[in-house]
Design a protein around this ligand. Structure first.
Ligand code: SAH
Ligand code: SF4
Ligand code: F3S
Length: 444
């Protein structure tokens, strides 16, 4: 028996890729271990979104490289994911102990690579393909993370080229996966007991635009998935604001399994900054879209992403971001301080870079605002009855807790002795904290 350890960094796309890589590895006689010391094959699945993520990847393999040099000569080390796709052969220069570099475009060549590294070769497989076949033709079972939610990528890549973002360089052009494959993967996940399907893509709402042989969009996919039998939930992330159509909102509202949750990154509350970011909307347009979603879908949760200290961002422009979070009543937001990325347009605007201390200060102010709004948003649900899908069961300070999510993506903690993981329960909300709600069981 051989053991593989995979350290997965970055977004759900990477997590989904890891599940697929593990599936292939299990087929080749490997077993997953959570202990790197025990592994014969060590893989890091990297993220390149910010400099810090990239540094983390090199520091992980650095440790393994030391082991290999000092006392574990036979281990093999793989460097995969977004940093791999972007840097390719360069990885070997910086980390010569790495045995293979595998980019996001070629994860399905992993079995072939294993054979080659076991023959003592060093392999770099990062050719950009941008072919739809490469993201659909798979004969291996997916080794999903245990739990209630199954991720299913519906598209790969992005064509938007926001001026700060590395993703179009690490994931290539937008390619939609065929509905037949997605439905098949969903059926398989549901029959193995998963209770929630999350459809993944950089811009899920532009799904299907690239199909030449059919007219089939996200709303069609949602309808087909909603028709599968059994009780389960459907989510989709991430939505690009201007690609959300009335038809999509209406479909999401009408389908009982599709949850009341939209992740619609705004990035900045200021129209000039948005223009410099190459986002295809201004503050007013974003406002119209959010208002439409809110007015059509009762109790909808809308979350967003923002960047603090984009090149050239003034204090006044930053304040527009703070006011946007209030004005649009965003329920939760991810925030990041701007990090210049190689190849991207904004990285060249060095004369406009915002000093680190100001970026960090803005980052803190954003976080404070988000905390306030999150609590405000949670308080709306006090005394309400909500359906919760239980995700985990644990003990905290001597109390047994079931933790799960509402349809609108609120975390609820429910004190209860029985492990209800995977069950849908009705709960009365008794308390609202910043990051979660507390509830008590109404009935099973
Ligand atoms: N496709 C999604 C975002 C994917 S990247 C969208 O268009 O919104 C996830 C988040 O990382 C982005 O929303 C952005 O807020 C952040 N991000 C991307 N590049 C960044 C950079 N160079 N510096 C800081 N944050 C960045
Ligand atoms: Fe990056 Fe913009 Fe594409 Fe999102 S839409 S992945 S932020 S380039
Ligand atoms: Fe995701 Fe990071 Fe790649 S956010 S797409 S893993 S650069």
């Amino acid at each position: 028996m051989k053991y593989v350890y995979i350290d997965t960094m970055g977004c759900q796309m990477n997590k989904s890729d890891t599940e697929r890589m593990l599936g292939m590895l299990l087929n080749f006689g490997y077993e997953e271990t959570k202990s790197p010391q025990k592994a014969d094959l060590l893989i890091v699945n990297t993220c390149s979104i910010r400099q810090l993520s990239e540094d983390k990847a090199f520091s992980a393999v650095g440790t393994w490289g030391k082991w290999k040099k000092e006392y574990k000569k036979n281990i093999k080390i793989g460097f995969c994911g977004c940093v791999a796709q972007q840097k390719a052969e360069e990885i070997f220069k910086r980390a010569p102990y790495v045995d293979f570099v595998l980019g996001t475009h070629k994860i399905y060549s992993l079995p072939e690579i294993l054979e080659r590294i076991n023959n003592g070769e060093k392999v770099c497989e990062c050719t950009e393909t941008n072919k739809t076949e490469d993201i659909t033709a798979k004969n291996y079972k997916i080794n999903r993370v245990k739990g209630v939610n199954a991720w299913i990528p519906i598209s790969e890549g992005c064509n938007n080229f926001c001026t700060y973002c590395i993703v179009p360089y690490t994931r290539g052009r937008e390619r939609s996966r065929l509905p037949e494959i997605i439905i098949h993967e969903a059926k398989e996940a549901l029959s193995s007991g998963y209770k929630e399907i999350t459809l993944l893509g950089q811009n899920v709402d532009s799904y299907g635009k690239d199909f030449k042989d059919r007219n089939y969009r996200l709303a069609d996919l949602l309808k087909e998935l909603n028709g599968l039998s059994g009780k389960f939930r459907i989510r989709f992330v991430t939505s690009y604001p201007t690609d959300i159509t009335d038809d999509l909102i209406k479909t999401a509202l009408e389908l009982d399994k599709v949850c009341e949750y939209f992740h619609i990154p705004m990035q900045s509350g200021n129209s000039e900054v948005l223009k410099a970011m190459n986002r295809r909307y201004d503050r007013e347009t974003y406002s119209k879209i959010i208002n439409k979603v809110r007015s059509m879908i009762p109790d909808v949760t809308i979350t967003s992403d923002f960047i603090a200290g984009f090149p050239g961002e003034t204090e006044e422009q930053f304040v527009d971001t703070l006011t946007a979070i209030d004005e649009f009543e965003l329920d939760y937001c991810n925030v990041a301080a701007y990090s210049p990325r190689e190849k991207t347009v904004a990285a060249k605007w060095t004369d406009k870079f915002v000093p680190e201390n100001i970026k960090n200060e803005r980052f803190q102010r954003l976080n404070k605002k988000i905390q306030e709004n999150c609590l405000k948003s949670n308080k709306k649900y006090l005394n309400r009855e909500m359906e919760v899908l239980i995700e985990s069961f644990y003990e905290h300070k001597g109390k047994k807790i079931n933790s799960g999510k509402t349809r609108n993506f609120k975390t609820v903690h429910i004190p209860c002795h029985e492990d209800l993981t995977g069950k849908f329960v009705n709960v009365k909300i008794t308390d609202a904290k910043t990051w979660y709600l507390k509830g008590e069981l109404k009935e099973k």
